[in-house]
Design a binder for this molecule. Structure first.
Ligand SMILES: [Fe+2]
Length: 388
């Protein structure tokens, strides 16, 4: 398929999305998994893949329905994280490693600091403005980092060789984290393949570059007992540094995303679906055809309704996000690929290694990767951590 024609066909799909969808579409990962059998026709596959690509382009995100996903897995994960965050703060502080820049284990509240996007925020019309402060303030959410997937035996950008942190008193921790993280990684890999086909690239154009990437299961946790006032910002306006971020449904709504045109949307993840959002690596590899999606998490009236229901049922009111950051492999060259590669694209997205030894920390407002080369000209901003 000729490059220009392929891009144009995606733009046609985007146009169709605007006409036929009342919001972010759902793609059927199950159809993709059956693509080589007789059960699903080629047209269905082509439609789902076009939707994946078009939605990432238009909304910076897409919902994925995956037959491998069982809401019981998400529940088990959320239950385990709630149990952990209900333990005394002093106990959790033992799981933090500031000396390792919080690359493993827990990160306390008021550590992660979103980058400054004030110019962009001020340019939005009032109804699209984020609630985040200018200049940004440190987030009131906690986080936990857990590596998922294999790592290369040899790499120029090895992660810190620190043992994973397993909290005391939760014997199921390792199994829960690996099971949920593995399923999220499996789903986001399928979405990457579907989007690649939708963009007219080889199916593995993205997923082969994700192989052995420094993927991280990175749930966030906000104590709504302390920070449950309407309008409180749990995660300040930002976008993710990685390739694609995937989340299960949170028990407490409050996530907002911005489309590439700057329209603010409240995210309501359909039951049984996962949310996949584009990060800066996705923007880079597509030369801006997909833009990294800006987002924030705030306490809304709907959050408070969920808090009321949870309180009445005697459940935890820690807001947990079941988040996985998928990454391109650190040793690969990050640059626009296939039809997205051009002389013009190379000016804004010059080839660079995205490998990074250091991971998230508010103290590292720039990662080693961003120190190594400037961010894309149009994209000076990013988050102090790899994702939401
Ligand atoms: Fe994020």
């Amino acid at each position: 398929m000729a490059a220009a024609a392929a891009v144009s066909s995606v733009d046609e799909s985007v146009k169709a999305l605007g006409d036929s969808f009342d919001g972010i579409p759902v793609i059927d990962v199950g159809a993709w998994l059956k693509k080589d059998g007789a059960e699903v026709d080629a047209e269905t596959i082509a439609t789902e893949c076009a939707k994946a690509a078009a939605s990432l382009r238009k909304y910076g995100c897409v919902f994925a329905r995956d037959p491998a996903f069982d809401s019981k897995d998400n529940d088990r994960f959320l239950d385990t994280l709630e149990k952990y965050f209900e333990t005394p703060e002093d106990a959790r502080m033992k799981d933090t490693h500031p000396e390792l820049s919080y690359q493993v284990g827990a990160t306390p509240a008021f550590t992660e600091l979103p980058r400054n996007h004030c110019d962009r925020m001020k340019a939005y019309k009032d109804t699209d403005k984020p609630l985040s402060e200018c200049p940004p303030e440190k987030d009131c959410k906690w986080r936990f980092f857990w590596r998922i997937g294999e790592r290369p035996a040899e790499t120029k950008f090895g992660e810190l060789n620190a043992a994973p942190v397993v909290p005391e008193g939760i014997p199921e921790w390792t199994d829960v984290m690996n099971t949920w993280g593995g399923k999220l990684l499996g789903c986001v890999t399928c979405v990457a393949q579907m989007a690649a086909r939708g963009f007219g690239l080889e199916d593995d154009a993205f997923s082969s570059r994700m192989d052995m990437g420094p993927h991280l299961l990175a749930p966030t946790a906000t104590d709504l007992k302390r920070f449950g006032k309407e309008g409180t910002v749990c995660a300040g306006y930002h976008r993710d540094l990685n390739f694609l971020t995937i989340h299960g449904k949170s028990r407490f709504p409050g996530l907002y995303v911005w489309t590439r045109e700057g329209k603010k949307l409240a995210v309501r993840v359909p039951e049984g679906c996962l949310l996949v959002q584009a990060g800066i690596q996705a923007e880079y590899i597509t030369a801006g055809h997909v833009m990294a999606g800006y987002h924030e998490v705030v306490v809304t009236p709907q959050t408070l309704e969920a808090v009321e229901r949870a309180t009445a049922a005697g459940r935890s009111i820690w807001r947990i996000s079941s988040t996985l950051f998928s990454h391109m492999a650190s040793d690969g060259m990050l640059e626009p690929i296939g039809k997205f590669a051009s002389e013009e694209a190379a000016k804004d997205y010059p080839p660079s290694w995205w490998g990074t030894r250091s991971r998230p920390s508010s103290r590292q407002s720039t990662s080693r990767a961003t120190q190594r080369r400037p961010p894309p000209r149009r994209e000076r901003s990013s988050h102090a951590h790899p994702g939401s």
